[in-house]
Design a protein around this ligand. Structure first.
Ligand SMILES: [Zn+2]
Length: 299
C-alpha cells in the first residue's frame, strides 16, 4: 500500500531515497511493467547492479527516466521531486533563490531547474480541447504602469488571450496580435467545434458563429451579464493573474511570460485539488523530452 502524503514531512518519508523516486516513476510511467521506450517491447530485464534496463528485443538500454525531463539532468531525482513538491504545493509558486536554499543547490542550478519545470508545464501539445460553455477574453500585462493606455492596444504591454470552460479548465497564452485571425485561430485549435463561446462585442470575435454557438455580452453599453451570458469567470482569473505577476515580477519579458502563463494555468486548474493530486498532475507533465538543447546540465 503506497503511503499518502498531505504535508512536507510525509512527502519526505514517502520519498526517502533515489530508489523510492524510481519506483514511483516505474508505477506512474509503466504501471509497474517496464516497457522499452525504443521499441515498446516489455521483454526487458533490469541489471542487478545499476538501475538500468535492457530490452531483449532491440538490445538497447534505458532507464525509467529515458525520454523524460529527468533524463539529461545530474541532479538526484529526490531533489527534482522535492522541487516539484514545493512548486506545486505553494499557492504562489517559489523563487529560484528560495529553491536553491531549500535544496542546497547553487542558484544557477535552481534557476535551470525552475525553468525546466515551467517548460514542462507549458507543454501544450498533449492537451485536450475545451468544450461546453467556453468564455474567451483578452487582457494586457506587464509594461509601464504610468502613462500607458488601458485596455486593448495599451502600449508596452503584452496581450494575453484566455479561454475558460465554465467550471472547468483554463487555458491562457501571450499573443503577438489581438486580431480576428490570431484569436479565432487559437479558439479553433483549442475548443471543440459546436461548443458555446461567450465573449464581449470585440470585433475580432466576429464570425465565430460559423463553427460555434456564439453569445455576446455588450460591455460597451455596460451590460455585464445577460442570463448565463458573461465572461466573469475569466475576468476573475485575469485579476488573479495580474496580482500574481505584480507580486513577483516588475516587467516579465515576453519569453518569460510564456512559461509564466503555463505555471499560472497549472495553479489555477489544480487549485481545488489536494497536495498529492497537484504533485501527481505536475509529474504527469514530466513525460516529455525538453526540446531546448541550450538548457545545460546542472549539477
Ligand atoms: Zn526495445
Amino acid at each position: 500500500m503506497t503511503q499518502k502524503f498531505t504535508s512536507l514531512i510525509e512527502f519526505l518519508e514517502r520519498f526517502k531515497d533515489e530508489e523510492d523516486c524510481r519506483e514511483y516513476l516505474v508505477q506512474m510511467r509503466w504501471r509497474g511493467v517496464p516497457e522499452c521506450p525504443h521499441c515498446k517491447s516489455t521483454k526487458v530485464y533490469e541489471y542487478q547492479s545499476r538501475p538500468i534496463y535492457k530490452c531483449r528485443d532491440c538490445n538497447r538500454q534505458f532507464r525509467v527516466t529515458t525520454g523524460t525531463v529527468f533524463e539529461s539532468s545530474n541532479l538526484p531525482l529526490r531533489k527534482w521531486f522535492l522541487a516539484m513538491y514545493l512548486l506545486s504545493s505553494n499557492k504562489k509558486g517559489i523563487s529560484s533563490m528560495q529553491l536553491a536554499r531549500e535544496l542546497k543547490i547553487t542558484q544557477k542550478s535552481a534557476w535551470y531547474l525552475a525553468h525546466k519545470i515551467r517548460e514542462m508545464l507549458n507543454n501544450k501539445a498533449a492537451l485536450k480541447k475545451l468544450r461546453g460553455i467556453v468564455e474567451v477574453d483578452e487582457t494586457y500585462v506587464g509594461g509601464k504602469r504610468r502613462g500607458s493606455k488601458r485596455g486593448r492596444g495599451a502600449e508596452h504591454k503584452t496581450p494575453v488571450f484566455g479561454m475558460l470552460e465554465r467550471n472547468g479548465t483554463l487555458r491562457i497564452m501571450p499573443v503577438e496580435k489581438v486580431n480576428g485571425k490570431t484569436l479565432k485561430g487559437l479558439i479553433s485549435g483549442n475548443v471543440v467545434r459546436g461548443s458555446t463561446i461567450m465573449s464581449d462585442e470585440f470585433k475580432a470575435y466576429n464570425g465565430l458563429n460559423k463553427f460555434y454557438i456564439h453569445k455576446v455580452v455588450q460591455h460597451g453599453i455596460k451590460e455585464y451579464v445577460r442570463g448565463n451570458v458573461h465572461v466573469n469567470s475569466l475576468e476573475g482569473a485575469w485579476s488573479l493573474l495580474k496580482r500574481s505577476i505584480r507580486g513577483i515580477y516588475h516587467r516579465p519579458s515576453r519569453k518569460y511570460l510564456d512559461n509564466y502563463c503555463g505555471e499560472f494555468e497549472f495553479r489555477y486548474n489544480t487549485r481545488k485539488k489536494c497536495i498529492e493530486m497537484r504533485f501527481t498532475e505536475l509529474m504527469k507533465c514530466s513525460k516529455i523530452r525538453l526540446k531546448h538543447i541550450d538548457i545545460r546540465r546542472t549539477g
